[in-house]
Design a binder for this molecule. Structure first.
Ligand code: SF4
Length: 217
């Protein structure tokens, strides 16, 4: 996966304000725990709806399930009965996407409501898996601001965590090592605190933190 330079490569469309880093980090960590959602200024962007993503829908999302044709859904591998995934077409587009945007916007899945492509510039990585180019282009445009030097240090810790997770992938083990760039970025946010005070924690420390975060989700 490509690494994002500290000052970030910009697409032809130029930078977008990602907001204050530490405020955003607190919000996105709460959203990951299921306590609210972040407010992403998507505008007319549909990159995440066009990037070959499997959209998870949980059994409690009855309103969503009532608005998505059953034929588009299949059981989510590794999850309990009732959890389903919605796939994408041959162009990587969600089947609910139309030329004017999401056709079920008011009823869209929780996955879509909580998705925030700022996790990539936060972790200093860009997704390079097949079909993810639209998200990578958009994610590279975000630029954070910092209210204090401790906020800058917090962002440095997230990037250090991402670099550690990438370089120690094999040592972390297949049970806990992030399998995708998205998982790596989210894991870096979740474990960054132990990188604020330690230059490089041990693999054991990081495994403990990853296990703890996973069980709290
Ligand atoms: S359901 Fe709507 S918001 Fe979610 S990926 Fe599909 S088009 Fe995008």
């Amino acid at each position: 996966m490509p690494e994002l330079a500290a000052d970030g490569p910009l697409s032809a469309d130029g930078p977008l304000s990602a907001g204050d880093f530490s405020s955003w980090l607190a919000e996105v960590l709460a959203a990951i725990r299921g306590e609210g959602a972040t407010d992403v200024a998507c505008g007319s962007c549909v990159a995440c709806c066009s990037s070959a993503q499997f959209v998870h829908i949980a059994p409690d999302e009855q309103d969503v399930l009532a608005h998505v044709p059953e034929a588009l859904l299949f059981p989510a591998p590794g999850l309990p009965r009732g959890h389903v995934l919605m796939g994408y077409d041959e162009h990587g587009r969600c089947p609910m996407l139309r030329t004017d945007g999401c056709s079920i916007y008011e009823h869209r899945p929780r996955t879509c409501r909580t998705y925030d492509c700022r996790v990539f510039p936060a972790a200093g990585v860009l997704p390079d898996e097949p079909g993810k180019a639209p998200i990578a282009t958009q994610a590279a445009r975000w630029e954070f601001t910092y209210a204090s030097s401790s906020d800058s240090a917090e962002h440095a810790a997230v990037r250090a965590a991402a670099a550690f997770l990438r370089s120690r992938h094999d040592a972390l083990g297949t049970d806990l090592a992030p399998a995708t760039t998205t998982q790596l970025a989210v894991a870096a946010l979740e474990v960054h605190r132990i990188f604020v005070h330690q230059h490089e924690p041990s693999v054991h420390d990081v495994r403990v933190e990853l296990s703890s975060r996973r069980s709290n989700r």
